[in-house]
Design a protein around this ligand. Structure first.
Ligand SMILES: Cc1ncc(COP(=O)(O)O)c(C=O)c1O
Length: 375
């Protein structure tokens, strides 16, 4: 009998799957370009480091490392329930908001269900859909790189099961507004599940036009949030979701029981109570964003108003973006080209500490000086 090829064990949609490619690491770039110091402005992390309160709580939790954590994450969920005036049954936590997104895809998608989203929304989402053999149907962003909610509503068919919204959107940094969201929700049938990914909501919260999903109570909307961005805990892997208790209960059934770890739960609980850290993080981010915005205008680099902790720059061509990405790395700055997100002329830079932002601007200035205008 001929020996079967191992690849035949792997379903076709997994064989063809292009995995998520994360931003380059500091160590990789240091080694490749023989650099003493490198700044990473590629993954929208919090440049302040984790809150000290969270580090302390995590250290204390290490002593219980031989025990499984509370699978219901009660202490953390109680605090979230208190903060957002919700019942425990409406809240789930997971290994990052992406962990919950993975559970959503597993629970709700099957067969020939159709999924709708924008063509340049958070990249992790279509990859998760493809793990179920489903290719999302996408509508273009509008001319301001914003979600086109009208076009999304018009694209709904009898097979549409789920719509993924990302607000503010990664990688563009833009938002859709309250009035746009209100008009959109009026057109959404109750049988369609809407995911509101609000990974960056803390950075947009002061904008009165931002539709904070806590102000709404739609039965068919699940909100996802994270401790990875404003709370500085990306490496700990804690995200949370809010929704109707029947939907949340279904998610608990498929979620891996002991995620997030006990150390991560303890860190998140402490971070949630650390308003000083959050205020400082938002302040540093706003100052850095204002500085980078001014400097990009001075250098005549096109960028759009961002409601997040990163900025998206738009250049003339993909070749130019690849050139800038490489030249910035040679000068010790890691950014993120957006070709995989369907925006080949765009480059994303995360807001760093003041000295990191300056280093990026100095390197960018040196590079664009040598380019023909407009770039
Ligand atoms: C829009 C969006 N959603 C979700 C995530 C995943 O975040 P995490 O799994 O760390 O909570 C990210 C990470 O960059 C993101 O940008």
């Amino acid at each position: 009998m001929p020996t079967p090829k191992l690849s035949e064990l792997i379903p076709e949609h997994i064989r063809n799957l292009q995995p998520y490619r994360a931003g380059r690491t500091i160590e990789e770039v240091q080694e490749e370009f023989q650099l003493d110091s490198v700044v990473k402005l590629a993954s929208n992390e919090n440049p302040l480091g984790p809150p000290e309160s969270a580090q302390k709580a995590a250290m204390e939790a290490l002593a219980s490392g031989h025990r499984y954590p509370d699978p219901a994450a009660r202490a953390l969920r109680r605090k979230l329930a208190e903060r957002y005036d919700l019942k425990l049954e409406n809240i789930i936590v997971g290994a990052g908001s992406e962990g919950i997104l993975a559970s959503i895809v597993r629970v709700f998608l099957e067969g020939d269900d159709e999924v709708l989203t924008a063509d340049a929304a958070f990249l992790g989402f279509p990859i998760l859909c493809r793990t179920r053999g489903i290719e999302p149907t996408t509508v273009p962003l509008n001319s301001e790189y914003r979600f086109d909610l009208e076009a999304l509503a018009e694209a709904i068919t009898d097979r549409t099961k789920l719509i993924y919204l990302c607000n503010p959107n990664n990688p563009t940094g833009t938002i859709f507004t309250k009035s746009e969201f209100d008009r959109f929700m009026k057109k959404i049938p109750a049988r369609v599940l809407v995911i509101q990914d609000e990974a960056y909501c803390e950075f947009a919260a002061t904008n009165p036009e931002f539709p904070d999903s806590m102000d709404y109570r739609y039965d068919n909307v699940i909100t996802l949030r994270t401790f990875s961005k404003a709370y500085g805990l990306a490496g700990f892997r804690v995200g949370y979701g809010f929704g109707h208790h029947e939907l949340i209960e279904a998610l608990w059934k498929v979620k891996l029981p002991f995620e997030p770890s006990g150390v991560a739960q303890a860190a998140a609980l402490a971070a949630l109570g650390d308003s000083e850290y959050l205020i400082e993080a938002l302040k540093i981010n706003q100052q850095g964003k204002d500085y980078l915005g001014r400097e990009l205008r001075r250098l005549r680099v096109q960028s759009y108003e961002s409601y997040t902790n990163f900025l998206m720059m738009v250049f003339q061509s993909e070749e130019q973006v690849q050139y800038l990405f490489l030249e910035l790395q040679k000068r010790g700055v890691i950014t993120r080209p957006l070709v995989q997100a369907g925006l080949p002329k765009c480059l994303r830079v995360s807001i760093g500490l003041p000295e990191e932002n300056r280093r990026f601007v100095d390197a960018l200035e040196e590079i664009v000086k040598g380019l023909p205008t407009p770039y």
